[in-house]
Design a protein around this ligand. Sequence first.
Ligand code: ADP
Length: 856
Amino acid sequence: MAKYTPMMEQYLKIKAEHKDAFLFFRLGDFYEMFFDDATLAARELEITLTKRDGGKEEPTPMCGVPYHSAANYIKNLIDKGYKVAICEQVEDPKIAKGVVKREVVQLITPGTVMESNMLEEHDNNYIASLSHFDDGSYVIIYNDLSVGENNIALIPGGWDAVMHELYNQPIKEIVIASDLPDTLKEDLHKKLNITLSYQDETTFNAEYRSLCANLNDERLVQAFSRLLNYIEDTQKRSLDHLQPAQVIKLDNYLSLDMYSKRNLELTETIMKKGKHGSLLWVLDQTVTAMGSRMLKKWLDRPLLNHQEIEGRFDTVEGFLQGFMERDTLRETLKSVYDLERLAGRVAYGNVNARDLIQLKQSLEKIPELKAVLTQFDKEKIMELSDKLSFPEKLTSLLSSSLKDDPPVSITEGSIIKDGYHDKLDTYREASRNGKQWIAELEQKEKQETNIKSLKIGYNRVFGYYIEVTKANLHLLPEERYERKQTLANAERYITPELKEKEQLILEAEEQSVDLEYNLFLEIRDQVREHIPEIQYLAEVVSQIDVLQGFATVSEANQYKRPEFSKNRLAIKNGRHPVVEQVMKNDAFVPNDILLDQETSILLITGPNMSGKSTYMRQLALTVIMGQIGCFVPCEEAELLLFDQIFTRIGAADDLVSGQSTFMVEMLEANHAIANATENSLILLDEIGRGTSTYDGMALAQALVEHIHNQIHAKTVFSTHYHELTALEDSLDRLKNIHVRAEEYEGNVVFLHQVKDGAADQSYGIHVAKLAELPSPLIERANTILRQLESNNESNAVEAGQLSFFAETEQAKPNKNQVSQSTANVVKDLKDMNLFEMTPMDAMNALYQLQKQAKED
Ligand code: ADP
């Protein structure tokens, strides 16, 4: 049987070690892919699939991308969640015996990309790792290689808690143990859309001792080792830019489960999955990418510490009052580049001279920034200013060494300033003198030959040459000139003298380029020592940016500084921060809300579309805004510090997991009651809607009672079951409120005003009318409704009679007494296929049965 060619053998051997990645196999000027990799890559990258003789009878499928444009193709694959293993020739093909040696030099994965074109400027790019321990706890580590950050969270609860924590984080890839159960792997991959990677080695590598300085729990160290081992394996370089791991104490933050993160549309909307229309969209008035990334982190973890929140408020207030100064501050911040990512690239070794110039320009802004901050003349802002220390040594290193406008490449010179290094100056002088000499030679040749158009030029292939147009050739004394190249209307020559000088110039240039490269590496290493300093600056600048952003948005929308109370939440004329932005002309109707010791549950009724869920969301968003330190949309607010928020809002089906609305409803409700404390906020919108009326109502009532009697969490509960409003009588801390709507000439007019008491009717058909359903249909619905309402009444009467007769002998069911028409009713009832009926069909059929029964 035919065997694979030696090169194919080599390919297959390397591919076997990188099964879950595309193997980019270097062949000359191309990266080639073979077999399944080739078929898949051809489809994903829309490139031509070809074949190559691999030694077997069947040709091998193959496709390839040019080496010089590989970056775009790699980005494309990474964006789709794939991994790419770069396999290079690691010996000179000229001296290789047999097949050139090749090795994988880097594994590029979604969570470990460092190239700025592959990173989203305003998002962190996390690679996470997950470890599981015998006591049922999990440890999650977030690492952003592009900035060097490591954060560790210990999750004592089960798998659900892990999913809630991971949801909505910018995680591209997660490193797990290969024996994690398949269902959990699927949760991560399918529900959270994260690329999976495996690492079973969790032994601690002493090299990383300093990174573990803050970890006093063996489980954390072990979990961290899993991640570090993976990163080292894939990146094949040292990880010395990583910062020591910080433990995130989840108890220090307001916790939002994944339902709330999604339902409240904090960073993206449910429908369009974009920032537009989210709370972040309104609040993000940051001017730096670092600030914008930090704002997202704050939104993900609002604070619980009162003092810390007041500290943020003080700063925002200061920024708000200094209007002119804030303008200057924003301008100054605009010229600060992404210090955090620049520091990451310095450490990682892929920084170029332009990056370092950006670093220098940013550092030079620090004194200006401090000066502006001082002008606000506020204690909290001064504290921030004091934290910014100008790295003088680093800045002067960069400004004395690097040219202001260096090229992207670091191997072609023109990076280092004159006067920075003696030897470099000497080379440059030699090359400059040489060029001067050539300019003089040109003059001399012109005079001697009397050819005015004679010129001396240079190209890479022939070096320096003397060019004479064909028309002037007769003027040239042949003997000194050696012909090198013929063009359409000119000839190019060299002379021994020119060649000799060329040698000197090129040598000097080559040496100076080499030297520049080495000097650049030296400078980079020096900058590397300042990384912690740069990272700290980045952190402070980001904070300043987020807080000035809060002031900017608070001013634009007239947000107010809230106060925190121990037992009362009172918001006067509160607004929904996003809806009010989308509505024009101040059309948003503000509303009050009050929850205190007497009232812990608000039961809100009102027609569909009247604004119930808006009212509930606005409360949650106001609470979150307050706890991240931003002012809030209202006239006056007293807030409570909530430990957790739970929501069941809106009808968005969980399409990803394929669960029905009702199942999701129940899961969300269960999650809330299982975890809420008396310091939590629960928002339940139309619970029980997804099932039949009595089921739904019964569940809703039981839930409200449970929260009222057992949990004591502050709760807003909206419902269209008017029957539930009677709960006000039995539950002493429950209060009815409703959103007002009025009927005007047969149409419903929504006033969006929240008032005390229960709503009087539900206006469902009015809303259908507004939605322009055909008018015969609307009329029919009205008729049915009237019938249903009158039947309801007669039912009640009948129910009363039944109970009366129940006490007498007559009322006992007696087989012989069942008439023919009752038998028909029973038969019809038995024949009914309930699962194929809509609720409306069922209602109609029931109505018919009842009519028949009554005729009996
Ligand atoms: P419900 O939950 O009662 O069905 P929504 O809260 O979804 O109603 O509100 C329906 C629409 O009414 C919203 O999309 C919004 O445009 C408008 N709306 C809600 N509350 C207000 C308000 N306070 N002021 C102005 N318009 C509002």
